[in-house]
Structure formats: C-alpha cells, structure tokens
Design a binder for this molecule. Structure first.
Ligand SMILES: Cc1ncc(COP(=O)(O)O)c(C=O)c1O
Ligand SMILES: [Zn+2]
Length: 408
C-alpha cells in the first residue's frame, strides 16, 4: 500500500521515523511526509489508477497509512472538475474550470485532510483528538472521529457558521464556542491538550492533513490527462491545500507522471484578513499577525498561518501571486458562479472568481490560459452569509406559520 519512508522537518531538514506520533519539529517547523518514490515508480503506474477506489484513497501509495484496515473513509475526493464556459465567457477566460470540493463529505475539502489524519490516529492508537477551527475543519474532524469511534474536542469562534456548529454537535463532538478567532482557539487547545490527553490536529501541527489535501493536486492532473493547468486559484486561510498541491506536483514529477511545467499558484484572501497578501507584496518570507481579522468567508479568517513561509515560497517559485478581494466582491462573484454554472459555492470559492476577474483585467492572466478555480466548500453551509442577499419577508400571516400547505 503506502511507500512512506520517513518524515522530514520543512524548516531544518531533521528526519523522523514514520509510524510514530509526531506534532511539530522542536525547531517549530511543520513536518512533511516523505515516500520512496523510486519504489512507487516501479510498482505503480498512472494508467492503473482508475482501478483503485473512486475516492482520494486511489492514491494510497503516496499516502501515509500502512494498512488499509486503518483507513477511515466517507468517500472523500474524486470531486468533479467542471468546465465553466459561461462564467469564462463573462470574465474573458476561454479555458476555465472549477474543481468543486463542495461535493465532499461534510461539504468541504477539509474532508480530505481529516480523513487522512484520523486514519493515522487509528493506526497510531490515538483515542482523543482536539482541533481549533474556522468551521469546516471542525465539521470534518467531527464526522471522521465519529466514523472511527474517537472522542473529538472542537474549539471554534462563537460566531462560526451555524451549519458547522450543528454538524459538530450532530456528529457527537464536544464543542467549545470561543469568544475570539481561530488563533485564540488554537491557544486553548495548546494549553489543555497535555492535561486532557488530546492529540492536537491543528493545521500543520500534525503531518497528515496536508497529505490528504495534496490529493487535490493529484486529481487535477489525472482529470486533465496528466497535464497541469497554467494557473490555480486557491482561497488561502492556513494554506494547507496550496502547500499540499505544490508537494504533490513535485512527487508526480519524480514519479515520471508530469513534466516540470507548474501552474501559477494564486492565493486568494479576504480584504479583512490578508496577512499572506501583505507579506507577498512586501517581499517578506513570513506573514505578520493580521489585527482585527473579519470576513464572512469564515475559512479565510486566519490571522497568522503557521505555514506562511511554505505558502509564500510556493507562490513565488510558481510565478504566481497573492491577492485580496472584499466581502462584497466575493459574494457578488459567487452568485455569478451560481447563476451561470449551477455551482452554489462557498464564499471562499466566490473569492477566487472575484480574484480571477481582477487578474484578467490587469493582464496577469491571459484569456487562453487554462485556469482552475478551487471551490473549497458548498454554499449551503453558509446560509447566514447568503441570506444577506436574499432576505425573506413574510407577506402574510399564513407565510409566518411556514411550511403549512393550505389553500390561500
Ligand atoms: C471553505 C474553505 N475554504 C478555504 C479554507 C482555507 O483553507 P486552508 O486552511 O487550507 O488555506 C477553509 C478553511 O477553513 C474553508 O473552510
Ligand atoms: Zn526542524
């Protein structure tokens, strides 16, 4: 199954054994999983991938789980890559695609990372897990923990979308609503985890969520006939998907599956929380904590991503960019995507559409380029945000009762 060989610190390069419990390196750097890609290359051919499961686990040789019996799957991955010709015509992009991650279990791409992380918890004998989250990662963790029979402790901002709060409760997790941001939630997990015996599943503080998320990169290559697009739009909070896809591209090149051509990686943030954009524009290798972070694209409300250095380095190496859009722009763009393509996206996905419009207008991107937008979640998870655009007012006493089918 897996060809995992060891773990390696992304900052200092120190190696660790695979198959043991790890969080961060003692230098503070996130750990990355490494594989024996030479072995994978001889034993595994891209032509036979379609024989595997119709989920991200078709890429099991480059995922860390040793025994298929430990895999906790709810059918995550292999999301559709949809041609978006009508939206493309409006924006002036002739070769536009949307990878619709809203169709994952729990309605977001977070399912990929948490399927992998919880599978590894099972393999490593971990029984209690804790996560600070902007919302969707909490819902996904709660679902996979339920499926694996683990105890889940969730820390989310008090104003987290209602869908996330309810799904976590429905999956049986213990939920703490925190008066603050994901950074405050993270501090609470860090303070309590040792006394409580929790394994910390914070973004990049354990090495396996990134492995699940990197499968978005394998899939886009497979779905485009093993040619990568010219540009990828990714709504970046913690940035794990972007870092993961960048890692996947290197692995695929070493497997001999793709050429050295890389997409321009474009990180999209919200105007009210744009630490990565600011660092990119100032030529810095790390971001500064963004004070007073606010946006209705809840997943983008990450004031200081732990993986900022990895993200900035991938964006720069790829010749990409980082760009912010306002809440109004991202909601407008999301509704254009809905009305023109039938894809009801998360506001984070809408942010990518708004960013695409800007980068076509300033000629950073050309009309003929093959562009893939990641819609990272389902619009249905954000009813509070979208109801600002579609308020319902009761027009009669009968309407106020709601749901009664009666003659008028
Ligand atoms: C829908 C959605 N999009 C994007 C993000 C940001 O993801 P990442 O932390 O991988 O940058 C999140 C994170 O919560 C999210 O829920
Ligand atoms: Zn290190």
């Amino acid at each position: 199954m897996t060809t995992v060989s060891h773990l390696e610190c992304s900052a200092c390069g120190k190696r660790r054994v695979a198959g043991a419990i790890h969080n961060l390196c003692e230098c503070g750097g996130p750990l990355l999983v490494r594989y024996d890609l030479g072995k994978a290359k001889t034993a595994w051919k891209r032509e036979t991938i379609f024989n595997g499961p119709s989920s991200m686990w078709r890429y099991a040789p480059v995922l860390p789980v040793r025994d298929p019996g430990f895999v906790v799957s709810l059918g995550e991955g292999m999301t559709p890559l949809l041609a978006a010709a009508r939206l493309g015509a409006l924006l002036g992009a002739k070769n536009l695609w949307v990878k619709d991650e809203g169709l994952n279990p729990t309605g977001s791409f977070k399912a990929r990372g948490l399927s992998c992380a919880i599978s590894m918890c099972k393999e490593l004998g971990i029984r209690k897990v804790a996560i600070p989250s902007a919302g969707n990662a909490a819902g996904a963790l709660a679902a996979y923990a339920a499926a694996a029979g683990l105890e889940a402790h969730i820390f989310v901002p008090r104003d987290v979308p209602q869908s996330n709060y309810i799904e976590c409760r429905a999956f049986g997790a213990r939920v703490t609503l925190v008066d603050g941001l994901i950074s405050d939630c993270a501090r609470m997990v860090a303070e309590r985890k040792d006394a409580e015996g929790w394994f910390d599943i914070s973004t990049l503080k354990e090495p396996y969520r990134i492995e699940g998320k990197k499968t978005m990169g394998y899939e886009v290559a497979e779905q485009l006939g093993w040619a990568l697009p010219d540009a990828i739009f990714y709504p970046a909070g913690g940035g794990v998907g972007l870092i993961g896809m960048w890692k996947a591209f290197d692995e695929m090149e070493q497997l001999g599956w793709i050429s050295s051509h890389r997409p321009k990686m474009i990180a999209v943030q919200a105007a009210g929380c744009q630490p990565v954009v600011r660092a990119f524009e100032h030529g810095e290798s790390k971001s500064q904590f963004w004070q007073g972070a606010h946006t209705l694209a809840a997943g983008l409300r990450v004031p200081k991503p732990l993986g900022d250095a990895l993200m900035l380095s991938a964006i720069r190496q790829s010749g990409g960019t980082a760009i912010a859009v306002s809440d109004q722009e991202l909601l407008d763009a999301s509704l254009e995507l809905s009305a023109l393509e039938g894809i009801f996206a998360a506001p984070e996905g809408g942010a990518c559409v708004a960013a695409l419009r800007k980068l076509l207008a300033n000629s950073f991107l050309k009309a003929h380029e093959r562009i893939v937008i990641y819609n990272t979640g389902a619009g249905l998870k954000y009813l509070e945000a979208y109801s600002t655009r579609f308020p319902r007012t009761a027009s009669s006493e009968q309407d106020k009762l709601g749901g009664l089918i009666t003659p008028r």
